[in-house]
Design a binder for this molecule. Sequence first.
Ligand SMILES: [Zn+2]
Length: 307
Amino acid sequence: MVKSLIDAVVKIFIDAGHGGTDPGAVGNGLQEKNVNLQIATRIRDMLVNEYNGVSVLMSRTGDQTLSLTQRTNAANAWGADFLLSVHINAGGGTGYEDFIYPGVGAPTTTYQNLIHEEIMKLVNFRDRGKKTANFHMLRESRMPALLTENGFIDNSEDAAKLKTSSFIENIARGHVNGIVRCFGLTRKTSAIYHTVVSGDTVYSLSQRYGSTIQQIRSWNNLDSNYTIVVGQVLLVAGGPSSSTSSSNMGKPAPKGDMKTTSIVDYLNSIKQDSSYANRARLAKQHGINNYSGTAAQNTQLLNKLRK
Ligand SMILES: [Zn+2]
C-alpha cells in the first residue's frame, strides 16, 4: 500500500525559463529570467504551503545557467506528473498565451484549458489564445507539459504590469488555481494552533513563527473584547504566508520531537511538510547548498531546525 501513498502525491515540475548567462528576452529594464523565477517561485510556494498532496521540483531556484536538456532530464528523472515552463514573451505583441505540443490529446489539452482559463480570470492581459508549438520543453518531457508566455517584456504596458508585485502574485495565483483544478488538489486546513507565550507574542505550534496578538485578532476577526491570556492555546484561522513568516521570527518555537534522528519524523512532529521539495527549500533557507537529501545533509538540516 506504500505505492498508493506515493501515487497520492502529485509531482509538479516548475521550470523558470532561461537563467544565468541566458537572460531570455530583455526590455523596459526587465530581464525575462528574473521575472520567470519570481513567478515560478510564487507558484511553488503557494502550492506547497497551501495544498495537500503536492510536491514541487524547480529546474532552478536561483540564477543558474541550465540547458533545455538538463531541464527536461530533471523532470523525466523525477517522474513528474506535470511540467510547467514559465516564460515572458517578446517580439512586438501584447498579452498572454500558452503552448502544448502539437497533436497531444487529453489530459494535456484539459490542463491547458483549465490553466488558461484560471490565468485569464485573474490577469489583466489580452488573451492571445491556447496554442501549440514544437518546443523542446514540450517535446522532450515525458509527462503532460505546458509553456506559458506571460506578457511581452518589450511592450511598455505589459512590462509595467510585470514590475508590479501584485500582478506577479495574480499570475502565479492563476497558474496555481489552474493546477489545483487539473489535479483536484485540496487546501490544507488554515486552522493553526497558536500558544500565547507572553503578553503580546503568540507562537504558532505548527509553523515556526511568532505573531502578535493584534495579528491573531485581525486574521480571525476577533474584537478587542476577546481576551487572550498567556498559556492559552488558540485554534485560529489564517496567518502569514511563508514568505512573510521569517520577518515575524521572534521567540524560539516549541521544538517538536527532540529525540528522533530522522528529519522526516522531526518535520512531522512540528506539523511541517516533510516532502523532499520542502526539505530542499528549508535547506536553502538555512544555508545548506546543493541539498540532495544525503544523510549528512539531513542531519545538518535537523540540527539547524532544532536551534
Ligand atoms: Zn523565454
